[in-house]
Design a protein around this ligand. Structure first.
Ligand SMILES: C[S@@+](CC[C@H](N)C(=O)[O-])C[C@H]1O[C@@H](n2cnc3c(N)ncnc32)[C@H](O)[C@@H]1O
Length: 436
C-alpha cells in the first residue's frame, strides 16, 4: 500500500489539516488521484498483471470513514474528496466488490451525508461535461459507466470516424467495461453484442418476438423483462398523478373542458386499463412493437370509442399530433430499449403537447440497477426539465423487496425466468412534472 493509500485510510485522529497538506503534497508530486491499490500491489511485487478492478483513494476514504466524525473532521474529509476530484479522480470507478465510492457510502447507510451528495454532484457534472464535449449526444450509461477507448490502428476517413463515434456512444451502454484501451477486435465484439441485444438496441427489440407469460411481457428467446406485474403500484401512482391535472381548480377551468390523456408504451396495458377506468374524453396509446399491437387488437382496444392507437415509434407518431393541435391533460411515458437521450428528444415534444396545467410522468427506471446512478439521474432530470420551464416533484415509494439482490436465490424473487434484473433500488422516485 502506498503512502497516499495509507493516508486515505484516515487512521490517525483527529483528521485535521495535516491530511490536506499531505494529500496535496502527493498529488503535486505527480501521484495520480486515481492511483489504485491494485497498481500499487503490482508495483510493490514487481508484477505486470492485468488489473481487474480499480480501488482508488476515494474508495479507500469511503470504506474507512469513521462513524464518529466531528464537524471539523467532516470538513477536512470533504476537502480531501474535493481535492481528489480537482485532480481528476473518477466518481464511477469500480473496486473489487464492483462498487463505486458512492456505492460504498450507500451500503453504510450514508446516503444522506454530504459525502454521498458529492459523488452524486460529481456524476451530474460528468454528464453535463460529456454532453458538452460530445455536442449533446453522449450520456452516462443506464447500466454502467466506464468508457472504453478503441485503439485507433490507422487514420480513417471522416465518415468512418463518425460511424465509430456513434458506435462508441452505444458502447457507453456496455455493462461492466473497464476504463482501458481495448483492441479494435474487442471493440467490434462489444459493438456486435450491443447491437444484437434487444434491451439495448431498439431496432433489434422491434424485430424480436415477445411473449406474455406469468404476469410479465418478455422477449421470447432472450428472456428480458419488458414489463412485469410487480410494477402495478408504480403504474397506479403514474395514473393517479397524471389525472391530478383534471381535478377542477381556479387555473384549469379551460383545460378540463375535455380530458385528453396520452400513454406512450402499452406493454401489458396496466396503466392503460387504469386510464380507461377514469373514462377520459380521448385516450391515445402510442405503441411500436407488432406483437403488442396484436395484443391491443385481440383485446379490443381498437374498438373503444375514446381510444386512438398510434401505431409505430412515438418519434414518428407524436410530431403529427403537434401538427393537429391535440393537447393533453396528462402524458405518461414508459417504453423499452430506449435511453436517456430519447427522453431528451421526448421533452421537446412534451412541452408542445401538454396543456398549460397538464402533468407529465414516466416510469422512472433511469439507472435503477445501481443507487448512485439512480440518484444522479434524479438530479439530471430535474436540471433538464427546469430548462424547459418545468418543475419535477418526486414522491418516494417503496418497491417490493422481492426485486432485491438478496432475494435472488429464493422462490419469491421477481427475476425467476428473467435474464437480468432491471430494478435493484429500494425506493422509487415517482416523478410529477408540471410547468412552473
Ligand atoms: C415497459 S412497457 C410499458 C408498460 C406499460 N406502462 C404498462 O402499464 O403495462 C414498454 C412498451 O413500450 C413500447 N415501446 C418501446 N419503444 C417504443 C417507441 N419508441 N414508441 C412507442 N412504443 C414503444 C414497447 O413495445 C412496450 O410495449
Amino acid at each position: 500500500m502506498s503512502e497516499l493509500h495509507e493516508l486515505c485510510r484516515l487512521q490517525q485522529r483527529p483528521i485535521d489539516q495535516h491530511y490536506i497538506k499531505s494529500l496535496q503534497y502527493f498529488l503535486k508530486e505527480g501521484i495520480p488521484s486515481t492511483y489504485t491499490l491494485e497498481e500499487a500491489e503490482n508495483f510493490e511485487n514487481g508484477k505486470d498483471e492485468e488489473l481487474k478492478s480499480t480501488t482508488t483513494p476515494l474508495h479507500i476514504i469511503c470504506s474507512n470513514l469513521p462513524n464518529d466524525l466531528n464537524k471539523d473532521e467532516e470538513t477536512v474529509v470533504s476537502e480531501m474528496i474535493d481535492e481528489l476530484f480537482s485532480y481528476g479522480a473518477g466518481w464511477n470507478l469500480i473496486d473489487s466488490n464492483g462498487d463505486t465510492p458512492g456505492d460504498i457510502l450507500f451500503k453504510q447507510n450514508k446516503q444522506n451525508s454530504i459525502f454521498y451528495e458529492k459523488f452524486v454532484d460529481a456524476g451530474v457534472r460528468a454528464e453535463i461535461l460529456l454532453r458538452k464535449i460530445n455536442d449533446d449526444i453522449e450520456f452516462i450509461s443506464d447500466e454502467e459507466f466506464e468508457v472504453p477507448e478503441a485503439v485507433e490502428e490507422e487514420q480513417q476517413p471522416e465518415e468512418e470516424q463518425e460511424q465509430q463515434q456513434e458506435q462508441k456512444e452505444q458502447i457507453n451502454h456496455a455493462p461492466e467495461v473497464q476504463q482501458q484501451e481495448i483492441s479494435q477486435e474487442e471493440f467490434n465484439r462489444i459493438k456486435n453484442e450491443l447491437e444484437s441485444d434487444p434491451a439495448n438496441t431498439q431496432k433489434t427489440y422491434l424485430e424480436t418476438k415477445l411473449e406474455y407469460k406469468n404476469g410479465a411481457l418478455i422477449t421470447k428467446d432472450n428472456l428480458d423483462g419488458v414489463m412485469m406485474d410487480w410494477e402495478y403500484e408504480l403504474m397506479k401512482a403514474g395514473c393517479e398523478t397524471i389525472f391530478k391535472s383534471t381535478i377542477p381548480n381556479d387555473d384549469n377551468k379551460e383545460d378540463i373542458n375535455e380530458i385528453n390523456i396520452l400513454n406512450i408504451g402499452f406493454g401489458m396495458g396496466i396503466i392503460d386499463t387504469m386510464i380507461q377506468e377514469k373514462n377520459p374524453t380521448h385516450h391515445y396509446i402510442s405503441e411500436a412493437h407488432p406483437d403488442v399491437l396484436d395484443k391491443l387488437k385481440k383485446d379490443g382496444w381498437y374498438e373503444k370509442s375514446n381510444v386512438t392507437v398510434l401505431e409505430g415509434r412515438w418519434q414518428e407518431t407524436l410530431p403529427n399530433l403537434l401538427n393537429e393541435g391535440v393537447f393533453f391533460n396528462g402524458i405518461y411515458y414508459d417504453t423499452y430499449s430506449e435511453h436517456y437521450e430519447d427522453m431528451l428528444e421526448l421533452y421537446d415534444i412534451i412541452v408542445g403537447l401538454l396543456k398549460p396545467t397538464g402533468i407529465f410522468s414516466f416510469f422512472n427506471g433511469l439507472g435503477a440497477d445501481r443507487q448512485i446512478i439512480y440518484d444522479v439521474y434524479k438530479k439530471i432530470v430535474e436540471l433538464d426539465l427546469n430548462n424547459y420551464g418545468m418543475d419535477v416533484k418526486y414522491t418516494e415509494l417503496k418497491t417490493p423487496n422481492t426485486t432485491a439482490e438478496d432475494m435472488d436465490n429464493t422462490d419469491e424473487s421477481e427475476w425467476i425466468g428473467i435474464k437480468r434484473a432491471y430494478w435493484r433500488c429500494k425506493t422509487y422516485y415517482h416523478p410529477e412534472i408540471k410547468f412552473i
